[in-house]
Design a protein around this ligand. Structure first.
Ligand code: 5GP
Ligand code: MG
Length: 193
């Protein structure tokens, strides 16, 4: 699979994003006065590598937590299946998501987390498809704007696979044909019981 965003470009941009995020929080009066940790919440599973690389480049104080959301299909609205353990009332939240596509996922998460009455919530996404992202979904830190293509790697999957690739690639028609042929061959040669 050909890289859309190389490992080197990802790491360089994530370093710059960490600098932007540090600068933002270090300018906030509450942070300067209290040094209270920012509660960084990663959206499982896609954001794991991005979050791990980003937080290790930050110099502000943080607490790490996760939430899990399921996108069953494009026709059904996403469902939060596991909320963070950290108490979010009066907390300063930095939400970390892999990609902003139609915005349905972030809309759901924002709505749910605002119920907890945090003092502030900022959102950081690695990738954004600007042609599709709706104007009412506010993201504060964006890694890369990408074309409206299905991408895999660096946390993003296709049917549960390719998350571990260290770069981001476009999932092409040839990839689709090659893998579906392999699946058919495997089904023909493998029998359980
Ligand atoms: P949205 O709700 O903004 O349409 O989509 C957000 C979720 O859909 C992402 O968190 C991600 O799980 C999935 N998604 C959207 N676009 C892509 C893509 O190009 N590749 C992959 N692997 N997942 C995507
Ligand atoms: Mg996601």
């Amino acid at each position: 699979m050909e890289a859309l965003i190389s490992e080197q470009s990802l790491q360089t941009r994530i370093g710059d994003m960490a600098w932007e995020i540090d600068r933002y929080y270090k300018r906030q009066e509450w942070y300067r006065n209290t040094q209270e940790p920012v509660v960084v919440i990663g959206v499982l599973t896609g954001a794991i590598f991005f979050m791990a690389d980003l937080v290790r480049k930050l110099s502000i104080h943080t607490k790490l937590d996760y939430l899990r959301i399921s996108n069953w299909s494009y026709s059904m609205s996403p469902k939060i299946s596991s909320l963070p353990f950290t108490k979010l009332c009066n907390a300063h939240i930095l939400l970390i998501e892999d990609i902003l596509d139609t915005g349905e996922t972030l809309r759901k998460i924002h709505r749910e987390l605002y119920w907890e009455k945090p003092s502030s919530m900022k959102t950081c996404v690695l990738l954004r498809k600007p042609d599709k992202a709706p104007a009412d979904i506010v993201v504060d830190f964006v890694g890369f704007d990408i074309p409206d293509e299905f991408v895999v790697g660096y946390g993003l999957d296709h049917k549960g696979r390719y998350r571990e690739m260290p770069y981001v690639a476009v999932w092409s028609e040839e990839d689709e044909q090659r893998t579906s042929k392999n699946e058919v061959d495997r089904d023909k040669s493998f029998h359980c019981g």
